[in-house]
Design a protein around this ligand. Structure first.
Ligand code: DTR
Ligand code: ZN
Ligand code: ZN
Length: 336
């Protein structure tokens, strides 16, 4: 639809802890820190997240590549490829039952667009947000940076719809404009939120570059509870993680952190070189950038590591189901 105007329950009950950061006593499960223990302050959902189909995520990447190819080679702010990307994502979400809103802003002499998608239900006073910037640099299609995050967040939202998921928190997904110009879209969103609405956002999860071709597995360490949600998940896969140190202030989570909102997220690496120690534990090439096509024309559909994209997409779903406090699903839903 063309943009015209904005717009597992297991037998056990869900054990939801009060608040994200409340020092609620951890659920009486395993000893703190023991495998399978519950990080303090995180709702424990008896409902496991579904697998996010890698093929679906890659199909979105193919669409984003086609959009760039058909629109001068990029999906950059102010170019037709960006608005076409917004329309693609919006069409999928509208068809899946989300309430979408397009927020316009102006920067660099051009109109920018944020796409916000609310999943009906949940406590409107406790909003869990997950997002990714949808724009590329003007040099290329921006498949690693950041169609990867945009596609994974989109497919997770569609999985929520397929499950007709019910959650304790209200779920809100976002695709940001003009990140590459300096976090412009996400900052505009946060600054435009009335303070009462801002206070309702319990956490924002950011996913920028999650399929890098020579990947690392980095977890944001801005909040220990959210960091543990991701670390615990990767530990179940036997994948060691490191804390993310390349990005303080370098992606859209900074817009939220700057106004005191709890943030977390995942990152597979950009222009820094992978060390020998990192190559030993993660595979890939030492002495080579995590993404050697970072901000270059070669950031196309060949510039993705499927294993990293798959693992990170599933980790995103795990976080949404867990932190969102999934309580029930009522079918296969309509998500496409
Ligand atoms: N600013 C992002 C790339 C980036 C660099 N360091 C980090 C750390 C965390 C997330 C993203 C990034 C971009 O160029 O879009
Ligand atoms: Zn970038
Ligand atoms: Zn990025």
């Amino acid at each position: 639809m063309k943009l015209t105007t904005p717009r597992r329950a297991a037998a056990a009950a869900v054990i939801a802890l009060a608040g994200l950061l409340a020092s609620a006593t951890p659920a009486a499960t395993a000893a703190p820190g023991a495998p399978g223990s519950v990080p303090a302050g995180i709702p424990v959902s008896a409902l496991a997240a579904p697998d996010i189909p890698l093929a679906n995520v890659k199909a979105h990447l193919t669409q984003f590549q086609s959009i760039a190819t058909a629109n001068g080679g990029s999906r950059a702010h102010g170019r037709p490829g960006y608005l076409a990307s917004v329309n693609y994502v919006k069409g999928k979400l509208d068809a899946a039952g989300f309430v979408t809103t397009v927020q316009q802003f102006t920067t660099g002499g051009a109109t920018g667009y944020n796409l916000i998608a609310d999943w009906p239900g949940g406590d409107p006073g406790q909003v869990l947000m997950a997002g990714a910037h949808l724009d590329s640099v003007s040099a290329g299609a921006g498949i690693s940076d950041n169609a990867s995050g945009s596609a994974a967040v989109l497919e997770t939202a569609l999985a929520v719809s397929r499950a007709q998921l019910q959650t304790t928190k209200h779920l809100r997904f976002a695709w940001w404009g003009a990140e590459e110009l300096g976090l412009v879209g996400s900052r505009y969103y946060v600054n435009s939120l009335p303070s009462a609405e801002r206070a309702k956002v319990s956490a924002y999860l950011n996913f920028d570059m999650i399929g890098s071709p020579n990947p690392g597995y980095f977890v944001y360490d801005d909040n220990v509870a959210l960091e543990n949600v991701f670390k615990t998940y990767f530990a179940t896969l036997g994948v060691p993680t490191e804390i993310e140190t390349e990005g303080d202030g370098r992606s859209d989570h900074a817009s939220f952190k700057n106004v005191g909102i709890t943030v977390g997220g995942l990152f597979a690496g950009a222009g820094r070189l992978k060390s020998a120690a990192q190559a030993a534990k993660w595979g890939g090439s030492a002495g080579v950038a995590f993404d050697r096509c970072y901000h270059r024309a070669c950031d196309n559909t060949a510039n993705i590591n499927d294993t990293a994209l798959n693992r990170n997409s599933d980790a995103i779903a795990h976080a949404i189901w867990t932190v969102g406090g999934a309580t029930a699903r009522s079918g296969l839903g309509t998500g496409r």
